[in-house]
Unconditional design. Structure first.
Ligand SMILES: Nc1ncnc2c1ncn2[C@@H]1O[C@H](COP(=O)(O)OP(=O)(O)O)[C@@H](O)[C@H]1O
Ligand SMILES: [Mg+2]
Lengths: 284, 265
């Protein structure tokens, strides 16, 4: 806590004025981050270089690892004929739909479980039983119930995601500072007031953190579902590459998955900052 | 003269806690206290003697194990918004701006947006935080946060202000400013205040009556009317009357410290 407050102009001169990072001089900081960036670049170039040389020289057979040039060609070809774009879009659609449904079900359920013990008691046995099941174990049943259409892919994403969202929601709702709930009641808040103004905003950062983790899980669910039974999507693309002995296509698919998940993560971070304006100012 | 009924009363109140090791801890033992409307009571005593426990019972956060606490003659059975609490750790809503925090009580009462804004603006000005309406608590210093809690509580307009070591975390200069502001608020509003402190000087400056508590289990050791001339300023500390009162209070506390081994300040 700041020890000096400039009373004349009401500005804190302590903790706010001295930011820990500012202790390092800006010039030094810029040079440090430039150096770290150079190291990252160099390490990527080295791996690419080793890949290039070992495939060019024939140290590694193209059966096991295609040349980088082949992968680039394959990528551009599939981009040009629209196949890649379509696969990315199909997978994204399935992920977003299944993920959104999971959130719509699990967030309200998690909040209720956190504040109302009977609901938690009723749900806990199922949560314990369902949690250890990887999403692919749902493939036989969902195929039986829903066929092999879009519904089945979305169901796999849903089954693989909702429990994580539920657990994060329960945990972060229970962690809301009880002192703040007392303060709200002391200021005249009803049960509904406490829920809307204290419990939900208090749990929100934890819920959003959970959603971010779960989104990556949702992606792995859709890919495994697509590998087993799908005409399109990035998982199907990879599986086709394998069936046709086209390793370059497999690598293109894998690279796309990484990029798409990275981009979704960045978007999620932006959304998080937008939704939690107060978190930007936390000093710790 | 007709005797005024007290606004706040504790009748033979005891409170036993069960601690983490499943032992029974007697925090408050058979304590009785009556507080009249408009009084400024300072509760003084060593750490762990049950001061916060008493305040929490007045606020309705916890219930006594025996005896009863009354507000205007009615038993306090649940959280009582007429007894506004100022927490030592501020308890501001981190997701609300200064204005959002100060408006909270008014919003819970269902006031319209414009009315809320207007009333909140008055209290924000009162605690000298104009210009910080859109700031979040994390952007403010400790002293500023404590002033937001005071504005938030005053805006909700409780009848009694319960304050648990509100200035303990502040630096000396800010504390002095806050003490003078609180005295002004007390004079202007005439609200009843129950204020916990570790500091004899703070108690002498603020109170109209001092309640000195014994070390655990909490009982009242002495009740001392504070007849230092009001309105008081910090300069009151240089009067001879002040010195006499202070040494009287100190000797009461000293015997407790010797008995129990913890200094109050
Ligand atoms: N919730 C609780 N559970 C167990 N023991 C408690 C609890 N609250 C207070 N106590 C105990 O009661 C005694 C009085 O506490 P408190 O009222 O906080 O003292 P003070 O505010 O005077 O420092 C202490 O010994 C404390 O450990
Ligand atoms: Mg205390």
């Amino acid at each position: 806590m700041s020890s000096v407050t400039d009373i004349a102009n009401e500005r804190p001169t302590g903790a706010l004025a001295e930011q820990p990072a500012a202790a390092e001089r800006p010039a030094t900081r810029v040079r440090r981050s430039a150096l770290l960036l150079a190291i990252s670049t160099l390490s990527v170039l080295t791996v690419l270089g080793v890949w290039y040389i070992s495939t060019e020289r024939g140290w590694v057979s193209p059966v096991f690892l295609p040349k980088p040039g082949r992968v680039i060609n394959e990528g551009f070809e599939n981009l040009a004929n629209g196949q890649l774009g379509k696969d990315i879009w199909m997978s994204t659609q399935r992920v977003l739909l299944g993920f959104a449904l999971a959130g719509i079900v699990a967030i309200p359920l998690g909040v209720i479980m956190a504040v109302w013990a009977p609901a938690k008691a009723a749900m806990d046995p199922f949560v314990s039983l369902l949690r250890p099941l990887p999403s692919i174990t749902w493939i036989p049943l969902t195929m039986l119930w829903l066929g092999i259409g879009e519904g089945q892919k979305v169901a796999i994403v849903f089954m693989g995601s909702w429990i994580y969202i539920l657990l994060y929601t329960v945990e972060s709702t229970r962690r809301v500072d009880p002192l703040l709930i007392r303060a709200a009641r002391n200021l005249g808040a009803s049960d509904v007031g406490v829920m809307l103004h204290v419990i939900l905003p208090g749990a929100l950062p934890g819920i959003i953190a959970g959603l971010k983790v779960t989104l990556a899980i949702s992606w792995s669910c859709v890919l495994s579902a697509e590998m087993i039974a799908a005409q399109n999507g990035l998982g199907a693309l990879i599986w086709q590459g394998k069936d046709w002995g086209n390793l370059a296509l497999v690598l293109v698919g894998m690279l796309c998955i990484s990029l798409v998940v990275l981009v979704t993560d960045k978007l999620a971070n932006m959304l998080e900052r937008l939704l939690l304006p107060w978190e930007r100012h936390q000093r710790t | 003269m007709e005797t005024m009924s007290p606004i706040l009363a504790a009748h033979r109140v005891s409170k036993t806690f069960t601690n983490a090791k499943d032992q029974q801890v007697l925090a408050v033992d058979d304590l009785s206290l009556e507080i009249d409307e408009g009084e400024f009571i300072c509760l003084l005593g060593a750490s762990g003697c049950g001061k916060s426990t008493i305040l929490n019972m007045f606020a309705g956060f916890i219930q006594p194990t025996a005896g009863e606490v009354l507000l205007r003659g009615q038993k306090i059975l649940k959280v009582e918004p007429r007894c506004g609490m100022i927490f030592q750790s501020y308890a501001l809503f981190p997701w609300k701006t200064v204005r959002g925090n100060v408006e909270f009580g008014l919003r819970m009462k269902g006031l319209s947006r414009t009315e809320r804004r207007e009333r909140a603006a008055d209290f924000i000005a009162m605690v000298n935080l104009r210009g910080f309406e859109e700031h979040y608590p994390a952007e403010l210093s400790g002293g500023m946060q404590q002033r937001v809690t005071i504005a938030r509580m005053l805006a909700a307009d409780p009848e009694v202000l319960l304050m648990d070591e509100p200035f303990a975390a502040l630096d000396a200069m800010t504390r002095q400013v806050m003490q003078e502001e609180l005295l002004k608020i007390h004079q202007q509003s005439g609200k009843t205040i129950v204020f916990i402190t570790h500091s004899i000087d703070e108690a002498l400056l603020l109170s109209s009556r001092l309640v000195v508590m014994s070390a655990r289990p909490g009982r009242i050791k002495a009740v001392i009317p504070n007849e230092l001339p009001a309105p008081r300023q910090i300069a009151v500390q240089f009067s001879p009357q002040y010195g006499e009162l202070k040494s009287a209070v100190w000797s009461l506390i000293e015997s407790e410290v010797r008995r129990h081994g913890t200094a109050p300040d």
